[in-house]
Write a protein that binds this ligand. Structure first.
Ligand SMILES: Nc1ncnc2c1ncn2[C@@H]1O[C@H](COP(=O)(O)OP(=O)(O)O)[C@@H](O)[C@H]1O
Ligand SMILES: [Mg+2]
Length: 347
């Protein structure tokens, strides 16, 4: 308030000065013309004019301009009460200008964010429907064929039903990934930190994926025998998801009879790094920077039976970055890939 009054006075002081100056000069000239110059009169007149115009200007300005200004101010604050409410309402022009400018900048920024989000939403929806279409049509295709008579043939019936089931499984898998990524991207990551043995977690994943690996004759192993537990501080369930996604990829994109090896190494600063290495197909250099993007897949055709939703690595990245940790990838096309991430070690 102090600032506002100072500024308000300044305006009145100056305006009163101009009026007084003009009137004084005018009066002096007038008196001079009539040969009646009277310094006492001029002084009294000057002081009175000054005081009078000062109060009139001050009063009028406050009443007419600042009232309106205050109204604008109130309207603006009403639009965005969160940013204005905390500050005292002033009638100061400079503050108002500053606030309105800030308000406009904030709004502009907000609109831009909304535009980006809208773009993102559209792209996301497009991708989702695209991802769902393929398995849905597969299922529909098999069911139609069965209805059209294939159901009478015992062998075909079983075969087509199994394929339809595969399609449904894939749909479920995609929907689960979508659910996960949506949760992660809306920001309610809600990490549930605990201290757990990472060796145990990796063993769990091995157990869960053993069947899948053995179908491709892929061996899942550690680089050495981790006989002692290695304790880390993180969200166990989410880290298990990360390891699952990475090991799953190493199986999916690994070669028949290959190996997936997991190692846990100490890093400086109480960190461990977990590496998942395979000797599979590898990734060409140009794909590596985009690998962690949602829906990004090297093999776009989707024809490959192994194709996932393309969300696996995006989920992995979200989880690791949510822990403020880092994820790395190294790969040589035709030789193999290594995905690694850090975790906080518990001493
Ligand atoms: N271990 C790996 N070896 C070779 N390519 C991989 C590996 N992991 C991931 N990729 C490539 O990265 C792409 C993105 O992986 P991901 O996000 O898990 O999607 P998805 O597995 O559903 O296709 C995959 O389509 C695949 O081309
Ligand atoms: Mg995957």
């Amino acid at each position: 308030m102090a600032i506002s009054f100072k500024k308000t006075y300044k305006f009145a002081v100056k305006s009163a000065f101009y009026i007084t100056f003009f009137s004084m000069v005018f009066l002096t000239l007038l008196l001079y013309y009539f040969n009646q110059v009277n310094y006492v009169l001029i002084t009294v007149f000057t002081i009175s004019i000054y005081l009078f115009s000062f109060f009139v200007v001050q009063y009028r300005v406050e009443r007419f301009i600042y009232r309106r200004v205050k109204k604008i101010y109130d309207d603006v604050s009403l639009l965005d009460s969160t940013t204005f409410r905390s500050q005292p309402i002033t009638t100061d022009m400079a503050t108002l200008t500053k606030e309105v400018k800030k308000f406009a900048t904030d709004k502009k920024l907000e609109i831009e964010t909304l535009k980006v989000r809208e773009e993102y939403r559209r792209e996301f929806l497009g991708n989702v429907s695209h991802e769902l279409k393929t398995p849905l049509f597969t299922v529909q295709g098999y069911i139609s064929t069965l209805l059209d008579g294939a159901a009478n043939d015992k062998v075909l019936r079983k075969k087509y039903l199994e394929r339809a089931e595969k399609g449904v499984e894939r749909l479920i898998y995609i929907v689960k990934d979508l659910d996960m990524i949506t949760k992660l991207e809306t920001g309610d990551l809600n990490l549930d930190y605990s201290i757990f043995d990472i060796v145990e977690t990796i063993k769990n994943v091995f157990d869960l994926l053993e069947m899948r690996a053995s179908k491709k004759k892929i061996t899942l192993t550690f680089d050495t025998n981790y006989s002692k537990p290695i304790y880390v501080r993180a969200d166990q369930e989410k880290i298990q998801q990360v390891v699952t996604n990475l090991v799953m990829n190493s199986i999916k994109y690994g070669k028949e009879g290959g190996t997936t090896e997991v190692s846990i190494e100490n890093l400086i600063n109480n960190k461990v790094i977990i590496r998942i290495t395979d000797n599979g197909e590898g990734i060409q250099k140009q794909h590596i920077p985009r690998l962690f993007e949602r829906f990004y897949r090297v093999d776009k055709s989707g024809a490959r039976s192994e194709g996932g939703s393309g969300l696996g690595l995006a989920i992995v990245k979200h989880i690791i970055e949510g822990h403020n940790e880092k994820i790395y990838v190294e790969s040589q096309f035709g030789v193999g890939s290594e995905f690694s991430f850090t975790l906080e070690k518990q001493k």
